[in-house]
Ligand binder design. Sequence first.
Ligand code: SP5
Ligand code: ZN
Length: 350
Amino acid sequence: MKIVYNERHAQHAAQKEFFRGQLVDAFEIPARADYVLQALQASDLGPFVPVVDHGRAPLERVHAPAYLRFIEGAHAEWQALGGEGEAFPAVWPVRSLRSDVEPRSFAARMGLYSMDSGSPLTAGTWAAAYWGAQASLTALDLVLAGERSAYCLTRPPGHHAGADFFGGYCFINNAAVTAQAARDAGRQRVAILDVDYHHGNGTQAIFYERPDVFFLSIHGDPQTEYPFFLGHADERGAGAGEGFNANYPLPAGASNEQWFEAFEKALVQLNAYAPELLIVSLGVDTYGGDPISHFRLDEPEFRRMGQSLASLQLPTLFLQEGGYATAAIGRNVQAVLAGFASTAQGQPGV
Ligand code: SP5
Ligand code: ZN
């Protein structure tokens, strides 16, 4: 399986994040990708393919240009105001407040363009996120050119980022950018399967009213789990997109049996849609040892996940999302990819 690695990921290196009103050590750190890189280099997966710059246009097909400009310049603005270290938002235009006017205040724009205070914005955030999207687009190119699958090793992750806001450690929504690029390249139906522990609220919202990109997600119940405000089972799409969004929220602490029961239902739905491309938002924070999540998957389950995905017989693009048990992420990602790669083409689908 060809692998595209965002070598610039470490430019996004936050020290701290807010949690319960305190600054705690950041969870979404460069070592995450370093461990995956080591595991994949030591495996017989690969080869690694260099990143190709596709420019800004594919990002602007999903994200508001004003939002992208803001992210690009935000840390410099923060520094010019005397800010030190990473920048955090502290005020948001909720409900009766206006979000249609962009204030001049930097603090106000940080809130306008974000959903939480847990996503530190650093000097290198734009570069890491921009090149992460480029790495994702490069991996997409491989699959569009006929590769059975490709994996993009990147951070920061993407699935919480909306058309015009960051949050949940995410700034550019790589799954959405690649799904739109696949549509623009002529693929008629694209499915995005999000297996990260957290609901991919950004991806869901971007395609919620569209039938051409089917979003399916298995995640911790938003009643108790981040991102809290989206990801319920009754969110099935709207307008022309009605029926093309599927959420499988599971209680925190759900068993592996519960997880695979939901996963297999999602695969049946996905298969019935007959997409021309499958994009997997591959978070491995479903691992039992993850420090911020509450499912219980382990190496055999990650392998089984990859095998089941291969049985769909679809061109498949894997994009790295979450996973915070730093030392185990490499092993867990490798198990998914190896499970996929070891499952021969031509086996019956689900
Ligand atoms: C892409 C992704 O997985 N984003 C997850 C964002 C989660 N944000 C909330 C983090 C809460 C941290 N909780 C710390 C618990 C320490 N015991
Ligand atoms: Zn997650």
